[in-house]
Design a protein around this ligand. Structure first.
Ligand code: AMP
Length: 114
């Protein structure tokens, strides 16, 4: 059985996505159903950083949300975006649909197209 989530497949370029940022650790791509002028999803790329949800964090993965927040902060600064919301949906009851930890980045300010 394929245990990989949709975001594994986006990470591995098996499913296309509009990637706006990527480095060794993190990838950010546009949400397909945007809830703001800019709606991005930040994910950690390394297999050892994989965790389904905030609810599943352990000592080994506790750094991951901070890595995502830090990259989002740097990305916003580079883009000149000074107002934004960062959200984690936690569990089905919290509106989480994809069980690959991701940080929602929402802003009414737009990303500069490269
Ligand atoms: P969550 O509800 O926190 O699990 O968020 C999952 C997000 O993934 C939702 O906002 C969806 O709109 C978004 N999404 C679903 N499929 C895709 C896709 N193929 N590419 C980009 N975003 C997607």
């Amino acid at each position: 059985m394929d245990e990989r989530t949709l975001f594994h497949k986006i990470r591995d370029r098996e499913i296309p996505a509009a990637v706006v940022f990527e480095d060794d650790e993190v990838m950010a791509f546009k949400d397909i159903h945007p809830k703001a002028a800019t709606h991005l999803l930040f994910i950690a790329k390394k297999d050892r950083d994989f965790v389904p949800s905030i609810a599943d964090l352990t000592e080994a993965t506790a750094h991951v949300p901070l890595v995502l927040i830090r990259k989002a902060q740097k990305f916003a600064k580079e883009q000149g975006i000074d107002g934004y919301k960062l959200t984690f949906h936690v569990g089905k009851g919290g509106g989480q649909e994809v069980f690959y930890l991701h940080l929602h980045f929402l802003s009414e300010q737009k990303v500069k197209e490269s």
